[in-house]
Design a protein around this ligand. Structure first.
Ligand code: ADP
Ligand code: ZN
Ligand code: ZN
Length: 691
């Protein structure tokens, strides 16, 4: 007598089938088993799931289709993993099937059981722990103290350590202790960006042996991803390194999770299921009884707030490593240039330019960054005021000089630069403002007669999304910087993150002021973190002996953000920001969600949101959830689609969750009704990072 099995499959977002589908099976397959099942006319990968919710109607057994095959060679996914998926689905308002199937390596969908069995036959490389070689360094007192605390307490921990304080060494030791202690235990170490994984993988492989370390990130080929995933799932890999997607890695013996640079916005998925891998890591740690360490020199204000003293309600243990390792332990000197007293329109103030020249003459390296790629953000006609707007978006197209194109950074629409103004025919159209491409060009002019110690002209390299589109380009450019071939590195914030540049002694932020007065309440937090990270790039080589410097060109030199930066005072900055957030009732003192809607017209998008809001208003009031009116998004139109959003806010996370859970059906109903006519799509973003 075949039995009914609930199976999770990938369903389109927002299809009414949120949960599982029922299939028949002769064998009693345990929950977590991977299966192939018929779905419509195709066959698809599914996961036997835990019993369906009791209110789901039993379908007549005669209408059910049988499971096509079970991938019996694979151990079932663990209950904790399934619970993680269920939690993420309900918290972030998505279908469990979408999250679960996206977390599996794509190639698993294509393999049948025989092919899979063949792959698994290849014996996994040595399981048990190789005797880890003794660590080459003697720990600092701060590192010892932190490790003792991690050992003695349950966590979760927030490791607040200056750049270069030796946080990575702490992670390595924690992993080492774990592996020595428990012959099966696994550790997950996450970094925000794919670019940072090779460096880290090298360090972990050198310490523990390459055979027990695997990476998991979206830059890998499908066969590589499958291989890593299988190694993690089987327990052969003791250490998994990865980006945010790795939080869903199947690791049956997970005992330690590290989230490095935990403040980094890349941990939040920005499409589909908009989960925060950092927040899920904390949840998963609790679920699996694994220790969780979040590390940063500039923690997110949320994590900082959670790590306040327990007596004040803090839930994380705050660990401190304020000092840099090494003889040259001092942090760079921060110099603010008051641009109000510099020549008008100067991109590089004379003192900064002199400082850069002096560093080059001594054979040292400089890093200059600006938050905008391309040559200039807009092309402008002096005659008729025409600007290079994108015909499909409410945004300007950026002038890229190198291939003389106007490119929209929102929809990708690209055209050759017109010879004359499309508005009035005047040939006098000029770039307004500047991006990294123009910055590089100007710097090359300004430094044309400067010589390196070897008498050669200055070498400048630019690193941004435009110069690193092709695989391997970033690595090649970074290698140039490391080898000392490059004197000045120009780029976007991409270069300020994480990379360990040994010989850079001067870092300059050319024009960081925009973020000070942004309408996004998180902009100052991001700017401060970026500048601190950038400062951390300077002076990492103790051998150079020079006092390194971080230069900031600003029209607001006495702004508290820069005052705190000068003192390298993250706690001071955080205290000021948290006070402002508390007064304004913003996160972490409140909890937010956004509903976004897209349609051909702004009215349609807003009508949908406002209709759903009206239907939810009574419940919202009862739960103390505030529903704000629908408004256009800051870039209102992208690729001819109008975008609107609505903010939901509550002092209680639980209340907001309860409201969202109930409101979900309302949104679906409105979508089907007259107010949903013409709507293209809608989605909820819980704990949004940008508003
Ligand atoms: P962070 O991750 O905090 O920026 P790292 O762990 O990368 O810092 O350490 C910075 C540098 O100091 C690295 O080159 C690392 O090898 C070195 N280092 C770390 N701990 C020690 C130590 N106890 N003794 C000597 N060097 C150390
Ligand atoms: Zn014109
Ligand atoms: Zn566009």
């Amino acid at each position: 007598m075949p039995q009914q099995l609930p199976v999770l499959v990938q369903t389109p977002a927002h299809s009414q089938v949120g949960g599982t589908l029922s299939y028949l099976s002769e064998a009693a397959l345990p929950a977590g088993t991977l299966v192939r099942v018929p779905l419509g006319r195709r066959e698809t990968l599914g996961i036997v799931w835990d019993a369906a919710a009791p209110d789901q109607p039993d379908i007549e057994a005669s209408r059910l289709r049988p499971v096509a095959a079970a991938l019996a060679a694979l151990a079932p996914l663990t209950p904790a993993w399934r619970q993680l998926v269920n939690f993420a689905a309900s918290y972030y308002q998505r279908a469990a099937g979408e999250i679960a199937l996206a977390a599996l390596p794509p190639q698993l969908r294509e393999l049948n059981s025989e092919q899979l069995a063949r792959r698994l036959k290849r014996p996994p490389p040595v399981a048990g722990p190789a005797e880890p070689p003794a660590s080459p360094v003697t720990l600092t007192d701060e590192q010892c103290a932190v490790l003792a605390q991690i050992d003695a307490q349950a966590g979760p921990f927030l490791l607040f350590g200056a750049t270069g304080s030796g946080k990575t060494e702490v992670y390595l030791r924690c992993v080492q202790q774990l592996l020595e202690h428990d012959p099966e235990a696994q550790a997950l170490v996450m970094v925000p960006e794919i670019n940072l994984t090779p460096q880290l993988e090298e360090r972990f492989a050198a310490r523990f042996g390459a055979e027990v370390v695997v990476s998991l990130h979206s830059g890998m080929t499908n066969p590589q991803r499958l291989k890593s995933w299988l190694a993690a799932h089987s327990g052969a890999a003791r250490i998994v390194l990865g980006t945010r997607m790795a939080v869903f890695a199947s690791m049956p013996k997970l005992r330690l999770i590290v989230v490095d640079e935990e403040h980094d916005p890349s941990y939040k998925q920005q499409e589909g299921a908009r989960y925060s891998a950092r927040d899920l890591a904390v949840y998963r740690g609790k679920l699996e009884n694994a220790k969780v360490i979040l590390g940063s020199a500039t923690p997110s204000l949320e994590s900082w707030h959670h790590s306040r003293p327990a007596a004040e309600g803090g839930r994380y243990v705050r660990l401190l490593m304020p000092s840099r390792v090494g003889e040259q332990a001092q942090l760079p000197l921060v110099r603010r240039v008051d641009m109000n007293h510099q020549p008008k329109h100067a991109v590089f103030s004379p003192p900064l330019l002199e400082a850069i020249k002096a560093r080059i003459a001594k054979g040292e390296q400089c890093m200059v960054f600006l938050n905008r790629r391309g040559y200039s953000p807009v092309l402008h006609c002096a005659e008729c005021d025409w600007k290079s707007e994108c015909p499909h978006c409410s945004a300007y197209r950026v002038f890229h000089k190198i291939d003389r194109t106007l490119r929209c950074h929102h929809c990708g629409y690209t055209e050759r630069v017109p010879r004359a103004c499309p508005g009035c025919g005047s040939p006098d159209i000029r770039p307004m403002g500047r991006g990294t491409e123009k910055l590089e060009e100007q710097l090359a002019e300004l430094l044309a007669d400067v010589r390196r110690p070897d008498g050669e002209p200055v070498r400048i390299v630019r690193i941004d999304a435009d110069t690193t589109k092709l695989k391997g380009e970033l690595e090649a450019q970074l290698a140039q910087v490391h080898s000392g071939e490059v004197d000045v590195l120009v780029g976007t914030q991409m270069i300020a993150k994480g990379h360990d540049f040994r010989r850079i002694t001067l870092v300059a932020a050319v024009n960081p002021d925009n973020a000070l007065f942004s309408s996004d309440f998180r902009a100052p937090e991001r700017l401060f973190s970026l500048l601190m990270q950038a400062a951390g790039r300077a002076g990492r080589d103790a051998g150079l002996g020079a006092q390194s410097e971080m230069w900031v060109q600003t029209h607001h030199p006495t702004h508290p953000l820069y005052e705190n930066l000068k003192k390298h005072d993250y706690p001071g900055f955080a205290a000021g920001q948290l006070q402002e957030r508390e007064q304004a009732g913003l996160p972490p003192y409140s909890f937010q969600a956004l509903v976004r809607a897209e349609a051909r017209t702004q009215e349609t998008a807003q009508a949908f949101l406002n209709a759903a809001s009206a239907l939810g208003s009574e419940t919202a009031a009862e739960l103390n959830v505030t529903l704000y009116p629908a408004v256009p998004m800051s870039v209102q139109r992208v690729a001819n689609v109008e975008r609107a959003q609505m903010l939901l806010e509550s002092p209680s996370r639980a209340a907001l969750q309860r409201f969202l859970a109930g409101w979900h059906d309302t949104l679906h109903a409105v979508r089907q009704g007259p107010e949903g006519k013409g709507l293209i799509r809608w989605a909820v973003d819980v704990d949004p990072l940008t508003i």
